[in-house]
Write a protein that binds this ligand. Structure first.
Ligand SMILES: [Mn+2]
Length: 249
């Protein structure tokens, strides 16, 4: 994993010293969402109990709530997405990928939520207004471009513990054929990468997830899955090169 632009290897120490482990898939019990969520939370708790940094690959965005529930210490959440995933509980639905952040906002460990890249026209006003009325922050694409990639996390204190949730549909529709919820006017890869790099270098990332790639929908070359893997590797590389992780090595 050599980056010709920075002339650096990504994750060199971590790969050479066997510090990255694949924990496999969490068992999912079909049609038993709460049971499956319990298994996800337990799996992440076990990773945290070992002092490790969980990198969780979806699946859809419903998983972020049971993942975050495993963290017992306060943290900020940075959420890259075209949608707020803040649907009201209605029609008997509470735990879909549209509901995750309605649960997350109620967690006692949440210090603050920042949602970045929000732009889909398929929101109701409540799904946007209620996030801000509870003291959290939504950054749409105009504001993203005004603030720049490092500006979107600038309101979070230096070194603060943060969890990052990345929906692939934060990226522009042209980049993500293997995503069911793609939207126009999204982030370029470089914009997302640089926003993540700024987070990794200034804050203490305690975990992250990457969700909503559907390989069954992807084009034959698998470019959406490749883009997802690329994003995860680059972000993890930046996290492991940053002082909080280096201090643990
Ligand atoms: Mn989402």
């Amino acid at each position: 994993l050599y980056d010709p632009e920075t002339r650096r290897f990504l994750l060199a120490d971590e790969l050479a010293n066997g510090r990255i482990a694949d924990m496999g898939d969490v068992d999912i019990r079909p049609a038993a969402v709460e049971v499956s969520f319990g298994l996800i939370t337990e799996a992440v708790r076990q990773i945290l109990a070992r002092g490790a940094l969980p990198v969780v690959l979806g699946g859809d965005h419903a998983i972020t709530f049971p993942v975050l529930r495993a963290f017992s210490e306060p943290l900020y959440v940075l959420h890259f997405d075209a949608h707020t995933d803040f649907a009201p509980f209605a029609h008997g639905l509470r735990y879909t990928n549209s509901h995750a952040f309605r649960h997350i906002i109620a967690m006692p460990t949440l210090l603050g939520l920042t949602q970045i890249g929000i732009r889909s026209l398929r929101h109701t006003p409540e799904q946007v207004d209620e996030v801000e009325q509870t003291g959290h922050r939504i950054i749409g694409m105009n504001e993203f471009r005004r603030l720049g990639p490092s500006g979107v996390s600038a309101h979070i204190p230096d070194g603060a513990r943060c969890y990052v949730s990345i929906d692939v549909d934060a990226l522009d529709i042209s980049l993500v054929p293997g995503c069911v919820s793609a939207e126009p006017n999204g982030l370029s890869y470089a914009e997302l990468r640089d926003a993540l790099a700024a987070i990794a270098s200034r804050l203490t990332v305690v975990g992250f997830d990457f969700v909503e790639v559907n390989p069954l929908l992807d084009v034959g070359t698998g470019v959406t899955a490749y883009l997802g893997a690329h994003t995860v590797i680059e972000f993890l590389g930046r996290i492991c090169a940053a002082p909080p992780w280096r201090a643990r090595s």
